[in-house]
Structure formats: structure tokens, C-alpha cells
Design a protein around this ligand. Sequence first.
Ligand SMILES: [Zn+2]
Length: 259
Amino acid sequence: MEKIFFELFIFIIGASIGSFLNVLIDRLPKEENINGRSHCDYCGKKLNWYDMFPVFSYFILKGRSRCCNKKLSWQYPLIEFITGVIFVVVIKDSPYVESLTRTVLMLSILSCFIVIFVSDLKYHLISDYILLALFIFSILLKFVTPLSGIHALTIDILSGLIVALPIWLIYFVSKERAMGLGDVYLAAIMGFLLGWQAGFLALYIAFVTGAIFGLIIIIFKKKKLKSKIAFGPFLVIGTVVMLFWGEKIMEIIKRVYGF
Ligand SMILES: [Zn+2]
């Protein structure tokens, strides 16, 4: 019973952070002030604290604002809910529980990925601020990892450059049409965070999921081949898969190819 209360508590903390991530998702690409969502998006009226309670408020208000009865985006409760679930899962059963600092850094990194995923999907833009935050959290994570040191850090930086190279090439050759500079930076952080082997696997996963998604979009929505699909979300998918299941995937590959 105690455990359920603890998990509910963690969920509420995660969902509250998710509420802040929603603010970052919509305001960073527009370079707006990020001082919380304490005012109504439509009429600017100050919101009551009980109307800002993550996930639950949306359902109590039946998806409409109390002040002016405008429809609220389902992005708010969805992101809050997903962030809450991620917090519970990471804290419950991951190797990161061993150290509180590691857990907090891991959750910060995942929070950055949520912002990048949604804002790139929605606005085709990855804010430099969120990339910088992600990079800083990644460096800090390296410092609390037992294997860290100048030598290890050099390899991590080289890994970042190597993994970013193919994305940079696509960016360069397509003259920014297929990939943006944000994708290049994101790929560099992926390589830095995961190492070059897992980094390349993450790129591979990104290309495969991106291609599958692209085909589905073309078949069902009859979108033209030319229409743009953001690549950032797929880079995020690849990285998160490798962060959580990387060791298992690498083990399988090593067994298959007999390294
Ligand atoms: Zn309003």
C-alpha cells in the first residue's frame, strides 16, 4: 500500500514537470517568456491553482478553460501523463536508482527529449536552449559515472563528432532541406551520451522508424513525397531505445556476429 502512495507521489511530481515541459514545448520555438502557464492562453485571465493541477484538471474541466470555455489542447494532459509515467518507471526499476544524482540527471535528460520530440514534431524546430540543457545534463551524467575521466571524456567527444557526421553530410548535401542544424547537434549529443557504437545503432533505429512512419503517412494521408517530416522525434526514439535496452541489443548483435 505504501508503495502505491510513493508511486502516486512520484507520478504527480513527474506530471507537474510535464506541465512545465508543455510550456517549454510551445514557448521555446517562439522565443517567448517561459514563466509558467499561470494565465489562460486565450483570455489571459489568471488561473486558479486547482485548475493547473496536472492531468486531473483537464478532465475535471472536461477539456475546456473555466474562464472563457475555450477548448484546451489534449497535448497538455497527454504530456503530463507521459512524463508522470516515465518518472515512475525510471525510479521504480532502472539501474539509475542506485544513485540519486544519476536518477535526477537521467530524468532531466529524458525531459529534454520530450521537449525536443514534441516541439520538433509540432513546429519543426529544436530550440538551441533545450539542446544546450541536454548537453549539460549529459556532461554531468558522465561525471557521476564510475568510468569517467579525461580519457573517457575524449572518447565521448570523438564519438559525438563521428555520430553527427552522417547527419551533417545529409544536412550539407540537401542544403538544409532534409535535416536541420538542430538534428546535427542532437546527433552529436547522442554520440557523446551513448558512445559511437550505440550512437550509430540509435541512428539506424531513427532511420528505420522514420522510413516506416514516412511510408505510413504517404499511404494513409496521401501526403506528397516532398512534404516535410521532422527527423528529431526519430533521433529521440533511437536514443531512448539505446539508453534503456542498449546493453541487451549490443549483446545480441555481438552474439550474432561473433565479436
Ligand atoms: Zn480564458
